[in-house]
Structures are given as C-alpha cells and as structure tokens.
Design a binder for this molecule. Structure first.
Ligand SMILES: *Cc1c(COP(=O)(O)O)cnc(C)c1O
Length: 223
C-alpha cells in the first residue's frame, strides 16, 4: 500500500458514513492525484482555475472536481462545463455570473456560499448576517442554473480548539437556521463544508458533512 493509499484509508475509516471527503490536491502533480485515484478516491478539490483545467484534461473522466479557492468572475466559464461543486461563492455578483455561464451551456451548477467566521481578516465570504439576509431575499427560480446546496467556512488558524469549535458551531447554527427557514423548501440544501487537515475532527464533531483535506493525505505542498 502506498503512503497516500494508507492515509486515505485511515482518514476514511475515521469519518462517519455521512461525511464526504474531498481530497485537496492543489499544487500536487498529476502522478500524485493518480495515486489517490488508484486508491479509490474520486473527489478532488482545487483552488486555481488553470491548474484545475490541466488536471481535468489529463486525469480520468469520472473524477468529481470541487473548486475551493477564490473564483474570479472572468474565469467562471472555464470550469462551469464540468465542475461538480463550487464551495467558494463569496458574492452575489459571482453567483450571477455562474448563473449566466451555466445557462449558456444549459447546465446546472451546484454551489456553496462561503461564510466568514474566523478571527482573521478575510477579503472573501459573507458574514453570517449577510448570508442569511441574502438567502431571505433569494428566489431560486431567478437562478435556475445554480443550486445553492449549503455553506462553506473555515475556522481561525489557531491551536485553541475551543475557539475553533465555537466557530464551527456558528456555521452549523447558521446552516440549521437556513435549512429550517429560507432554504427549507430546497431538498438539496444539505451540505455543510467545514474542516481541513488540522481541524476536521473538530468540524465533524460540530456537524460537518464534507471535509476538505490536503496535507493529511498528500503531505506538505511545494509552493
Ligand atoms: C488548501 C485548502 C484546504 C486544505 O488544507 P489542508 O490544510 O492542506 O488540509 C481546505 N480548504 C480550503 C478552502 C483550502 O484552500
């Protein structure tokens, strides 16, 4: 068994059945992804459009590609034809562009709204209030080519597990509130994407349904 196969199998075994694993493969070469693919991994996460394009072109077609990085509106059209889930919708404008590009090719694209709860400043993402305001005004029939399937968030980069758990709990609370409220009629609103290598155990404890793990599977990235 290769190192990657072993890591994947350990992580999969540690996750509850209802939690999906995205292998975050950004900055890793094709051979590394192929190794994970050969070990049964079919879902990969990338954060740069050009890199995703190349990997999509060269790797097996049954891979589910997730986009997890900041997405510029002028690059949306390159990934819309095949992306399975965009985790990082951080503005209304971006959502509108995804709708327009998806409509053009008559495809429906699954998206998550990125919600900012960490202590660190971030240029990207909705605050929890902005997210619930937006969704209370949002009419799904106006964007028939996108499906808002849930939310994605990151916790502060800290060793303070209590802080991290509290931030994930804030996301879970928002998720539950939206599911009971404005998104209640959408059966597909079911994804709570939270947890990375250093904090996914905490995220799962707080109700994550999808973890995004890179370093723990592939080792350190060569940036
Ligand atoms: C890079 C990245 C990850 C994975 O990080 P690791 O610490 O390597 O597990 C998860 N989510 C997002 C949004 C990322 O950019």
């Amino acid at each position: 068994m290769t190192f990657i196969a072993q890591r994947l199998s350990e992580i999969r075994r540690s996750l509850p059945d209802n939690v999906k694993l995205v292998a975050v493969s950004k900055y890793h070469p094709l051979e590394t992804l192929q190794e994970a693919y050969d070990a049964g991994q079919r879902c990969f996460g990338e954060s740069r459009v050009q890199e995703l394009q190349v990997k999509h072109d060269f790797l097996p077609k049954d891979i589910e590609w997730h986009f997890i990085g900041h997405l510029q509106t002028n690059k949306v059209r390159y990934i819309v034809p095949y992306v399975s889930l965009i985790h990082s919708v951080d503005s209304e404008r971006l959502l509108q562009v995804i709708e327009k590009q998806a409509a053009r090719i008559e495809r429906t694209v699954d998206c998550l709204l990125e919600v900012h709860v960490a202590r660190e400043d971030s240029k990207y993402g909705f605050t929890p209030e902005e997210c619930s305001d937006f969704l209370s005004r949002y009419a799904p029939e106006e964007c028939p080519h996108v499906r808002i399937c849930g939310i994605m968030g990151m916790a502060s980069h800290t060793d303070d597990d209590v802080q991290v758990a509290a931030e994930f709990a804030t996301l879970k609370e928002l998720f539950d509130r939206l599911r009971a409220g404005s998104m209640g009629a959408c059966a597909y609103f079911s994804v709570l994407s939270m947890g990375m290598s250093h904090d996914y155990r905490i995220a799962v404890g707080q109700g994550s349904t999808l973890v995004r793990i890179g370093t723990d599977i592939f080792g350190e990235r060569q940036v």
